[in-house]
Design a protein around this ligand. Structure first.
Ligand SMILES: [Zn+2]
Length: 220
């Protein structure tokens, strides 16, 4: 029997997936593995796929599925992930990636895929209301602005809307998610590892639901 827990977290951008995935990693004492962090680490470490990713990114191109799968494969075979498990965040994004992940994890399969469900209309509103400090990156919202609008409470930096947080840009990302990633819900349901979690409510409430879902699988 293998110790630890191997999780995948799915969810639309703006569903709070990243924050919850970090928290799950801490809770179960397993590495939180996000696609962005993983790519940066592989590039820094100069692994085979890291070097290939670097040359593609330096050329201003998107990292292909093949390279991304290679980076994930390398990362999931590092000793911490093998011994303790992991929370995978931002991968897989497509059915092709999910099939590749199935091969990578054939010896130690994923225990549960958590789908953090937040309706499109809610994430659209959350993201388009988001404002960010250009100095420290602190996040504000139109509903919760800094005391002196729009100057950061911490450092007086200018608080602005990011160019990719406009309604048009968010809709584009939501459409891409619906086309490419949403089919994974059915993919993992068919494999009996999907757990749908209501992502509405306070972050603490959502985290409690995620924990309960993981514990239920671990005890079964
Ligand atoms: Zn600031």
């Amino acid at each position: 029997m293998t110790a630890g827990v191997r999780l995948v977290v799915l969810g639309r951008q703006g569903a709070g997936k990243g924050t919850q995935a970090v928290r799950l990693g801490k809770q179960f004492d397993v590495p939180h593995i996000s696609t962005g962090d993983m790519l940066r680490a592989a590039v820094a470490a100069g692994t085979e796929f890291g070097l290939r990713a670097k040359s593609v990114m330096d050329a201003g191109q998107l990292v292909s599925d093949e390279i991304m799968v290679g980076v994930v494969d390398e990362r999931l075979h590092e000793v911490d992930a093998v011994e303790r498990g992991y929370v995978l965040d931002g991968f897989p994004r497509t059915e092709a990636q999910a099939l590749a992940l199935e091969k990578i994890t054939s010896e130690h399969p994923i225990h549960v895929v958590l789908n953090l469900e937040v309706p499109e209309s809610v994430v659209l509103e959350r993201i388009t209301k988001r404002r960010v400090c250009t100095t420290c990156g602190r996040i504000y919202s139109v509903d919760a602005p800094p005391a002196d609008p729009w100057r950061c409470d911490l450092d007086g930096g200018e608080v602005v809307q990011r160019a990719d947080d406009t309604e048009e840009a968010v809709r584009k990302r939501l459409d891409l998610y619906a086309a490419e990633t949403l089919p994974l819900v059915g993919f993992y349901r068919d494999r009996g590892v999907l757990c749908e979690v209501d992502g509405l409510g306070s972050p603490d409430d959502v985290f409690a639901r995620l924990l309960a879902a993981v514990e239920a699988v671990r005890q079964s």
